[in-house]
Design a protein around this ligand. Structure first.
Ligand SMILES: Nc1ncnc2c1ncn2[C@@H]1O[C@H](COP(=O)(O)OP(=O)(O)O)[C@@H](O)[C@H]1O
Ligand SMILES: [Mg+2]
Length: 286
């Protein structure tokens, strides 16, 4: 498989890669690389000035893109007779929670959602009726993509003023994407969340000792769950976040599109090895 990478340009200088992605850009220099201004999304810049191969599958590595932005990116790539590794439909299948939760519900906490369209009228009543149908006093709330890490955070108490929460989310996030998601609150073991990447059907972990430490049962449980999820999801590049409950049971937190997932908990050199064919052939992916 021939792959290449597309990075966002800096908002201050359209000839430079965004500071946050410069290191990845430099480390991935064995691949063809393009840049795009994600606010404009009008053209792709050939950074390496090499002739582009139409068989290359392009992988975007950058800030999260909204549905329309990813469609525009797809259009730009198609205009140069190329193809994104992940189609716009596949992008949303991992990026928007309602698209994957049904097939993975058995691994995750009970979850409900409401679309922005359904929130046009009587949203407060509709949301309260969803919340009343859920167990416990507390609920985790996010939009279809991300939760609030600032302000009063992502946990609400049943009976809280939900419109105030929505306004706070809009204030900090700029807008809501897709709609709202409500997840039954669970006590998690602190710092127990692990991010896996699946690329080209191979599961990759930042924990190199996971597969050689079968006596570490909580970690082995996380790994077993990651494998089971990989068997159910047919996408070219995605991330899987699994944590432990306070009783040390693995629980799926979310999956995400790999192109816009940060490499939290990963050393950047290990992260870029995911894409190196040699690594894939050696089956170093766990
Ligand atoms: N149901 C839940 N109960 C308690 N804490 C949760 C729950 N779901 C997620 N969390 C915590 O909130 C964090 C953010 O949730 P996540 O679904 O990953 O949203 P985001 O898309 O913002 O990363 C998680 O890393 C986890 O620590
Ligand atoms: Mg998360």
């Amino acid at each position: 498989m021939k792959i290449g990478f597309i990075f966002p340009t800096s908002p201050f200088n359209s000839k430079e890669i965004d500071d946050d992605f410069k290191e990845q850009y430099e480390l991935l220099n064995q691949f063809p690389r393009l840049a795009v201004d994600i606010d404009e999304m009008t053209k792709l810049i050939n950074l390496d000035k090499k002739e582009l191969n139409s068989e290359t599958l392009w992988i975007y590595r950058g800030w999260m893109l909204q549905k329309g932005q990813y469609q525009k990116l797809n259009h730009l790539v198609e205009k140069m007779n190329g193809r994104l590794l992940t189609s716009p439909e596949q992008y949303l299948n991992a990026h928007h929670l309602p698209n994957w939760i049904d097939s993975l519900q058995e691994y995750s906490m009970p979850t409900k959602f409401i679309s922005l369209d359904d929130m046009q009228e009587n949203s407060v009543q509709k949301i309260n009726s969803i919340l009343n149908g859920m167990k416990g006093d507390r609920v985790m709330v996010k939009d279809y993509v991300k939760s609030l890490k600032t302000g009063s955070g992502n946990i609400i108490q049943k009976g809280d003023d939900i419109s105030q929460k929505i306004n706070e989310m809009i204030h900090f996030k700029g807008s809501l994407e897709g709609g709202l998601v409500f997840r039954q609150y669970i006590d998690l073991a602190p710092h127990s969340e692990h991010r896996f990447f699946v690329f080209n059907q191979q599961l990759h972990s930042s924990l190199s000792d996971l597969s050689i430490d079968p006596l570490n049962l909580p970690l082995t449980g996380i790994l077993a769950m990651a494998y089971q999820i990989k068997e159910k999801i047919n996408l070219p590049f995605y991330s899987i976040d699994i944590a432990l409950t306070k009783n040390l049971k693995p629980v799926l937190i979310e999956i995400g599109d790999g192109q816009v997932s940060d490499y939290v908990g990963w050393d950047i050199h290990n992260f870029i090895q995911i894409f190196q064919t040699k690594t894939l052939q050696n089956k170093k992916g766990i």
